[in-house]
Design a protein around this ligand. Structure first.
Ligand code: GDP
Ligand code: MG
Length: 252
């Protein structure tokens, strides 16, 4: 069995799915691939099943309905940990994350990083074809999270990641409560504040050319409320939240 599982969550991604699956399988042939589909009405799940039939390294997890990115990933993590994968990769289905970056990100995880974030907002990182409003939301969200959570992570909302399975096991995944993209903030922050080694790797994020973004205002509001609440909680109870810190671990 492969030691790496790449998890790709999908909702209505029928136009780009085959292309991204092909690119992933070419760039990281040794890894297994899991598509987690939330009963996409456009038939993404059925297309994924057909692709998986022809590819022993690919599987599909079908979920009953659209239940948010966080829940889709948690279901994928449960499967990955249950089956003993050592590295777990997260990436979008719309082509925004280049599979060619995965080997370098995996190498960082293999050499000790517990979370590798494919980052748009470190030196060398960039975003292509995003409207100014999306850039502003991302930059503001990252700035606000940095201040409220005292995080040093520059792209804490990023959805292109490699986790060491052992780091996921250190967390109580049942306690992860975020629904939308705030899930990414919650995972990174919980690992960072418990002393896990978080590393950012510069990537070029290219906005999707097909299909539609699932980003909406509710996702931004959820993140704003949760980040504010976590920030207050951490300020009021700093000792408790740092109780798992391990010396020598660092993030940047
Ligand atoms: N399974 C599942 N996937 C989702 C859900 N919401 C978003 N996604 C997937 O998450 C990835 C990122 O979503 P996208 O709409 O591209 O967000 P954006 O890049 O921030 O505009 C894509 O692969 C989506 O299909 C959801 O509720 N369930
Ligand atoms: Mg996208």
């Amino acid at each position: 069995m492969a030691n790496t599982l790449i998890i790709v969550p999908t909702f209505n991604e029928i136009d780009g799915l085959e292309r991204i699956v092909t690119r992933i399988r070419e760039a990281v042939p040794a890894a297994d691939l899991l598509v987690v589909d939330d009963s996409s009405p456009d038939g993404t799940g059925e297309l994924a099943d057909r692709l998986a039939e022809a590819d022993p390294g690919m599987r599909v997890l079908h979920r009953a309905g659209k239940n948010g990115l966080g829940q889709a990933y948690l279901a994928g993590f449960e499967l990955a940990l249950g089956e003993g994968y050592e590295f777990i990769v997260e990436m979008d289905a719309d082509g925004s994350h280049d599979p060619e970056s995965v080997p370098a990100m995996l190498a960082l995880a293999e050499s000790g990083a517990e979370l590798v974030i494919g980052s748009r907002w470190v030196d060398g990182g960039s975003v292509v074809n995003w409207p100014a409003i999306r850039k502003a939301i991302s930059r503001t969200g990252n700035w606000y999270s940095g201040v409220m959570l005292r995080s040093r992570i520059r792209d804490i909302t990023a959805g292109f990641r490699v986790f060491r399975a052992s780091a996921l096991r250190d967390l109580d995944l049942h306690a992860i409560s975020s629904q939308g993209y705030c899930f990414q903030v919650e995972m990174a922050w919980r690992l960072e504040r418990t002393g896990h080694r978080v590393v950012e790797y510069p990537i070029t994020f290219v906005e999707r050319e097909t299909g539609q973004s699932k980003m909406h205002s509710g996702i931004v509001v959820e993140a704003l409320l949760r980040v504010t609440a976590w920030g207050i909680e951490a300020t009021l109870r700093p000792r408790k939240s740092m109780s798992m810190s391990r010396s020598g671990a660092r993030s940047r």
